[in-house]
Ligand binder design. Structure first.
Ligand code: DAH
Length: 335
């Protein structure tokens, strides 16, 4: 028996053992080069065949081929095993485990001004008011003239009002929507009109150049100041939630002047031990009714207006108006 006939079975056994210990593709590749590469003993064995005795060559050649085929076969199947294992491991690592606790999802919430406006709309809707909107870029006629605000009224000065053109302003109050609504509808009218208003202001804790108001208007036959007081008191009681045991929060009406109402008043709420001024109101001025083609002998009405930011500041105890518009999550997350 030649050396080769002894050596070949040893080579095969060694290769198979080494292959069974291989755990990764990288180890596999190293072993493959060692065992089947150009300078591997098994490869060199075929080349040394020429040195064997001619009579032995066919037998030895066949033996080398058989060993090579078995070793190569073993390498192939080990390779697919490793690939499958590695793929499985990768899939497992990426797999969605539905039994794990869900990652923290932070839910958004409504901005405190939106919450306040939603409350306001809900309460007035229950009282039979519908919601209308008007343009923020407004004709001077709707913002001033039709509201009985005369040509010399200080509110019209450029010092206070942002003019877009000679007769066009960024509306300074939502009262303009009163006019637009009455022009478009016949009484009875019962609306609120929320929206942005603009003023030329130096910005500080209590002043912004843009803020939100809600206007209210109710016109029909026989509307009185009593209807106004009842409506606003009911609204304020619900918005500020009457104290336990009390059916209403305390409200107060103080005489005031507005060009578009007569008589006019400011209304206050008693909240956290203090009287707080909230907005203006009154009975719609006969001239305003005439301006929209209503007959003040047939119908009367009340109107009111207030700032949404101020309502929210009082309700939530916020002291700086600017916080509403800074979008600081540390502030917004508190509501
Ligand atoms: N428009 C007034 C303002 O911006 C608020 C106001 C007062 C509205 C009296 C009214 C009202 O409808 O009757 O200061």
């Amino acid at each position: 028996m030649s050396d080769l006939e002894t050596r070949l079975p040893q080579l095969e056994t060694e290769a198979m053992e080494a292959l069974s210990r291989v755990q990764t593709s990288a180890e596999y590749e190293t072993l493959r080069v060692q065992t089947l590469g150009k300078s591997a003993e098994l490869t060199l064995a075929s080349r040394s065949l020429g040195k064997a005795a001619p009579a032995d060559r066919p037998r030895l050649g066949a033996l080398i081929n058989e060993v090579k085929r078995r070793v190569e076969g073993a390498f192939e199947s080990r390779k697919s095993e490793l690939q499958k294992a590695e793929l499985d491991a990768k899939l497992l690592a990426e797999a969605l485990d539905v039994t794990l606790p869900a990652p923290d999802i932070s839910f958004g919430r409504r901005h405190p001004l939106t919450q306040t406006l939603d409350d306001i709309v809900r309460i007035f809707s229950n009282l039979g008011f519908s919601v209308v909107e008007g343009p923020e870029v407004e004709n001077v006629y709707y913002n001033f003239d039709a509201l009985n605000i005369g040509p010399d009224h200080p509110a019209r000065f450029e010092r206070d009002t942002l003019y877009v053109a000679d007769d066009v302003v960024l509306r300074t109050e939502t009262s303009s929507v009163q006019i637009r609504t009455m022009e478009a509808r016949q009484p009875p009218v019962k609306i609120i009109a929320p929206g942005r208003v603009y003023r030329r202001e130096a910005i500080d804790r209590t002043h912004l150049a843009m803020f939100n108001q809600v206007e209210g208007l109710c016109v029909a036959q026989g509307i009185t100041f009593g209807d106004l007081k009842g409506t606003l008191s009911t609204f304020l009681s619900q918005l500020f939630e009457a104290a336990p045991g009390a059916s209403t929060v305390q409200t107060r009406f103080r005489p005031h002047f507005f060009p578009f109402t007569e008589p006019s008043a400011e209304f206050d709420v008693f909240f956290n031990g203090k009287w707080l001024e909230l907005g203006g109101c009154g009975l719609v001025h006969p001239k305003v009714l005439e301006n929209v083609g209503y007959n003040p002998e047939e119908v009367t009405g009340f109107a009111f207006g207030f700032g949404i930011e101020r309502m929210a500041m009082i309700k939530f105890g916020i002291e700086d108006l600017r916080l509403f518009y800074e979008n600081d999550l540390r502030f917004l997350e508190q509501f």
